[in-house]
Ligand binder design. Structure first.
Ligand code: LMR
Length: 394
């Protein structure tokens, strides 16, 4: 049977985690995988999560099934968090899924049931896992212009012109906030224009919301998603609780669908649940119950929001410190964009040889496209990192 197979390529982001772990140099710096790190370089369990887990363990009476859509309290809390009151809930359905990736997966499967083989338009560039998820679901992938390597901002005029050409069979995958890998994001006014374009063309917006709260705060980061879903008859949102709740390995996310009306929402949801049942039957609950417990309890929610805000402001601070240090040491504004970007990542614009050199010579690990995870910058070594980047970039 298996002799028909050849070796599949490894995942570049996850492979980097293994390479970094195997590097014996104590001076190594991990700017690779998108995992938050505190000032000690560890990825902590948030204290609100820890407390929620203690409560769950004490109160839990059964491990019986919850159903295909998962934890109901989690579902409504996540809808409040992501959509607020931007859209009439009678048109909205949600299904818990294993992580943001699982949510993307089941929603791509849903798209393929509705429009087999249709095209999903992704930003150029996008998170490298978007393409395989779409293609493995039977969909075609095409790109719209997004990142400008000159300005390190968004090529908005070109992006909008491309979106304006799309039609009602097309799907547009948008990063709700904190663009991965570039760190360059749409302003509120630009989101307004994107929403208007989607309303005009009838293309289906599909928002990947994996970093809510990591950019400018929970409300500001939800602006684009809420604007889009309130402007169009149909939309999809893939939510992740991996980063903002620090629940990475628990694999918790949610697939959200907004339909024309309640009747269409029920029909579409029945297909989504049918897809889930035929894939993994039901989602794992632990991460969902943690998020439900936190969001439904005023004290835990306040604690979580404060922790999330601390993580966010630390990343902004590290951005500013690295940009400032490079400016001082080089007398140039070439890396100032790092301070303007938001979220966990910035795309530095280095070629792959330079990225390899930084790894081999300096033990600085970043993804091959030169994406850095700013949370991985050790604050006391910003000077070393600035020197290494400047030397390699000569
Ligand atoms: C990343 O982009 O580094 C994260 O989303 C982790 C992953 O699964 O790729």
């Amino acid at each position: 049977m298996f002799e028909t197979l050849s070796k599949a390529p490894g995942d570049k982001i996850l492979a980097l985690m293994g390479e970094y772990a195997a590097d014996p140099r104590p001076t190594k710096i991990d700017l690779g995988v998108g995992v938050y790190k505190d000032e000690k370089g560890t990825t902590p369990i948030m204290s609100a999560v820890r407390k929620a887990e203690e409560r769950i363990l004490a109160a839990e009476k059964t491990k019986s099934y919850l159903g295909i859509a998962g934890n109901k309290g989690f579902g409504s809390a996540v809808l409040d968090l992501t959509l607020g009151d931007s859209v009439d809930r009678s048109r909205v359905r949600i299904a818990q899924a294993p992580g943001g990736t699982g949510s993307l997966w089941v929603l791509m499967q849903l798209i393929n049931r509705a429009r087999p083989g249709t095209t999903v338009w992704v930003s150029d560039p996008t998170w490298p896992n978007h393409n395989p998820i779409a293609e493995n679901s039977g969909l075609a992938v095409a790109t719209y212009p997004y990142f400008d390597p000159e300005t390190r901002g968004v090529r908005f005029t070109e992006m909008l012109a491309a979106l304006d050409q799309l039609g009602k069979d097309d799907v547009v995958l948008l990063h709700g906030c904190c663009h991965n890998p570039t760190g360059a994001n749409l302003s509120a006014e630009q989101w307004d224009q994107v929403a208007a374009s989607l309303a005009r063309t009838g293309a289906l917006p599909f928002i990947d919301l994996a970093y809510l709260g990591f950019g400018d705060g929970l409300e500001a980061d939800a602006y684009g998603t809420r604007k889009v879903v309130s402007s169009v008859p149909e939309a999809l949102v893939a939510f992740s609780g991996s980063k903002n709740f620090g629940l990475y390995r628990e694999r918790i996310g949610a697939a959200i669908l907004i339909a024309r009306d309640a009747e269409q929402a029920d029909i579409t949801q029945s297909q989504l649940l049918n897809i889930i049942r035929g894939a993994y039957s039901q989602p794992p609950d632990h991460g969902a119950e943690i998020i439900r417990t936190i969001l439904e309890d005023a004290d835990l929610r306040t604690e979580w929001e404060a922790e999330l805000n601390q993580m966010r402001t630390r990343m902004v601070h590290l951005r500013e410190k690295l940009a400032e240090t490079i400016r001082q040491r080089s007398n140039s504004e070439d890396f100032d964009f790092i301070a303007d970007h938001r979220g966990m990542f910035s795309l530095l614009g280095l070629d792959s040889a330079t990225v390899e050199h930084l790894k081999a010579a300096n033990g600085v690990y970043m993804v091959g496209d030169s994406r850095i995870n700013v949370a991985g910058i050790p604050e006391e070594r910003v000077g070393d990192l600035a020197d290494a980047l400047l030397a390699a970039n000569k």
